[in-house]
Design a protein around this ligand. Structure first.
Ligand code: SF4
Length: 726
């Protein structure tokens, strides 16, 4: 299939999901997400618990081979059996041998989805019933999960009612959520009583005792595990922790992260085979001996031990499958896991899982839906850097790309990246494009937005023709700054480097000029050096070695300024996030640390200057303002500085609440994602429709999205507060 056809097919699939599943997915995921924010805000030890949970997982994965040996000994000593399955087929066959044609009840387990267990068991004539309500709905509907935690949250109550009424033909049609739940509980209760074997997953397994921890909202896992006399637990090897004592931070975190509940509804700790006798439901009063119980633990490798040796994918194994990364993801909130997922796993962390257990091809199908906005980062209870895993996998996918449109981007190609998609090269080398565009403006602006050019760009590189392309300034910010003779003020209080990001230098020069005027009026001498693009553009396309080269160049250029004690002030939040977060992966630790400590986001810096005695009366005032903070700025907890400065200057601020504007850099320009980008942007637009006052956005992509959806002029906050008569 050609690139054009692939893009069309993806766009069509996304449009269909927006229309069919989007509403339910958004309602459910954003509800979980809001609850998660609330509950973690009220949990004083949130950061401490995350740090402990992370440390335990790091240690457990480090010692995984020993833990596997330990759990084998423990379970065997308890009277159970352990099987280590190399891959999915091995695990499937082993469980199929254990089960034969028995009647089976299962509790929710993504690992059994991963090995496609149900299909295999059915081939043997086994009668298999899912007992988790969401999984049961999917089993009846013959569909695949769309979310790690809420497999059927893409379905509305009405759809489920229709499904149950058609399939089970109850005496009275089922309608309300309560009626549906009661029906399923009763129906599945009967299946559990009849079952020969119960199959569960395991949220955690204590290696020293063989104790399983099962967390559910419905209590179905414990019923499935102990009602039949045979229990088979199927879990990935990464679920092992040293002992029950290590589970405490996970119990504190898992439900908060997953659904925003304070504590799990049902938390079961059992060390099978359990000692309690089983009940014979046929005779109703006969208790059999507990000696008749059997327990089989099937631990699955299926790529996990190789992931452990992979420096980029290793972190994926720390994942506790809570789904918080999906819930906080703007793209996932709108299309769900049927677009943003692979064969089993969905959402932000799915790229890591799918790359590890299925391979790069599966991961590549949805990897681009991660825009790197980083909103999931603070939500992950084990502090996994999910955007980085996605970037690293994207980098690997790039190496397998083709070069059919190389001629279009000749000269923009970084030598060291190998054979990669031409569009990625184009977006990844935006600095070069901006240089050419600025040097040839206004002709370049006219040409880029002319209909034939847009049609060509759409056809060849998949740049959606409905998007306006950036308009370059002939006089760059640095040219303007040099022409005015730099910066020279009386009695300066500080010296700062204003980082001229590509957009500020070539496109939105007004915000750069406003920044210079503001800083000078607050007593700061400004420097604007000739410095490279931060590496953000190539990094977002998965071009890691190019991003690393840019980061090194930026660090080298800023070195002498840092030596002289100058602060680095950054206007574009995504570039600031590079300095703060991403450079940790791209620069030597000492260099990153120095730059991180000495750099400030623009309004954070203004806030600091005012707090340290600078005169706020030189700044402009107003009454109302609608403010959209950039996603990476929010992840770094910086939007409060902008709000505080505005409030200090007398503004009443309405801040947007949505996770993302829907542009996230180059994402909204891509033809296949245009509709999704607009759908997400619409949520942002609706928050500002009734606001009386100017709209401001910290990030360039947010600004462009708001301008295209609402048609007002959108400015950076610094343009609003800059002194009038300077
Ligand atoms: S990556 Fe983190 S947030 Fe996402 S499912 Fe795993 S543990 Fe939860």
């Amino acid at each position: 299939m050609s690139d054009v056809e692939t893009r069309r097919r993806t766009a069509e699939q996304i449009r269909t999901l927006l229309e069919t599943e989007g509403e339910s997915v958004q309602k459910n995921t954003s509800h979980f997400n809001r609850q998660q924010y609330e509950v973690t805000e009220n949990f004083d030890q949130y950061e401490e618990a995350r740090t402990r949970a992370r440390a335990i997982k790091e240690d457990a994965i480090e010692h995984l081979p020993e833990l596997i040996e330990q759990v084998e000994d423990a379970v065997t000593a308890n009277g159970g059996s352990v099987y280590i399955a190399e891959d999915a087929a091995d695990a499937r066959e082993h469980v199929a041998d254990l089960v034969g044609d028995a009647t089976v009840v299962k509790s929710k387990s993504m690992t059994t989805e991963e090995i496609e267990l149900n299909e295999r068991l059915s081939q043997n004539g086994a009668d298999v019933w899912e007992t988790d309500l969401g999984e049961f709905v999917l089993q009846v509907a013959d569909e695949t999960p769309s979310h790690i935690v809420g497999p059927s949250l893409h379905k509305s109550r009405d759809e489920i009612a229709q499904l149950f009424n058609t399939r089970f033909d109850p005496e009275e049609p089922l309608q309300t959520a309560e009626e549906l739940t009661d029906f399923a509980r009763e129906y599945l209760g009967e299946r559990i009583c009849e079952a020969d074997i119960g199959i569960t997953g395991a949220n955690f397994i204590a290696a020293d005792s063989g104790t399983l921890a099962l967390v559910t909202n419905e209590g179905n896992a414990r019923k499935s595990a102990v009602t039949p006399d045979t229990h088979v637990a199927v879990a990935g090897v990464e679920k092992l922790v040293p002992s029950v004592g290590d589970l405490e931070p996970f119990f504190e975190l898992i439900s908060k992260a997953a659904t925003g509940q304070d504590i799990p509804q049902y938390l079961t700790l059992l060390t099978p085979p359990v000692g309690t006798p089983t009940l014979d439901f046929e005779t109703n009063d006969t208790l059999e001996s507990s000696n008749d119980r059997a327990f089989h633990l099937v631990l699955i490798d299926n790529g996990r031990l190789s992931m452990r040796d992979d420096p980029e994918l290793k972190e994926t194994l720390y994942c506790i499958r809570c789904g918080a990364c999906s819930n906080s993801c703007a793209n996932f909130q709108h299309v769900g896991g049927h677009a943003f997922g692979g064969e089993t796993y969905s959402g932000g962390i799915a790229t890591g899982w799918e790359a590890g257990v299925e391979g790069l091809d599966t991961a590549a199908e949805f990897n681009d839906l991660c825009t790197g906005c980083s909103r999931c980062v603070n939500n992950c209870p084990v502090k996994i850097d999910i955007p980085w895993i996605n970037t690293a996998v994207r980098d690997r996918i790039n190496q397998a790309g083709d070069d059919q449109f190389d001629w279009l981007v000749e000269g923009l190609t970084p030598d060291e990246e190998g054979s990669i998609d031409a569009r990625k090269r184009l977006f990844g080398n935006f600095e070069m494009l901006a240089k050419i565009g600025s040097a040839t403006a206004p002709v370049s602006n006219w040409l880029m937005n002319a209909r034939p050019t847009k049609a060509l760009l759409e056809r060849t590189l998949g740049v959606d023709r409905r998007r306006s392309l950036p308009s370059f300034e002939r006089e760059t910010l640095r040219d303007w700054f040099d022409a005015r003779g730099g910066s020279d003020i009386a009695d300066p209080r500080r010296e700062a480097v204003l980082y001229p990001d590509v957009y500020t230098n070539y496109v939105h020069t007004d915000r750069g000029k406003a920044a210079v005027r503001t800083l000078e009026s607050l007593g700061v001498v400004v420097h604007i050096p000739a410095v490279s693009e931060s590496g953000r553009a190539p990094l977002s396309q998965g071009l890691i070695s190019t991003a690393r080269a840019r980061a090194t160049s930026v660090a080298d250029t800023l070195d002498s300024h840092l030596d002289q004690g100058r602060d680095v002030v950054v206007i574009e939040p995504s570039d600031f996030a590079m300095f703060q977060r991403d450079y940790e992966r791209l620069l030597p630790a000492k260099e990153h640390e120095r730059l991180r400590e000495q750099s400030y986001e623009m309004l954070e810096y203004v806030y600091g200057l005012l707090a340290n005695g600078a005169d706020k009366d030189v700044l402009s005032r107003g009454e109302h303002i609608a403010y959209h903070s950039h996603c990476q700025q929010r992840t770094l907890g910086l939007e409060t500085y902008t709000e505080a400065v505005f409030e200090d200057l007398g503004y009443e601020v309405v801040t947007s609440d949505v996770e993302c504007c829907g542009m996230a850099g180059s994402f909204g320009y891509k033809q296949e994602y245009y509709d999704l980008s607009v759908d997400i942007g619409d949520d942002l637009r609706s928050e500002f429709t009734d606001v009386d006052g100017p709209i401001v956005a910290s990030g360039t992509s947010c600004l462009e999205q708001l301008e295209s959806l609402m048609s007002p002029r959108v400015q950076h906050p610094i343009e609003i507060i800059a002194p009038d008569n300077y």
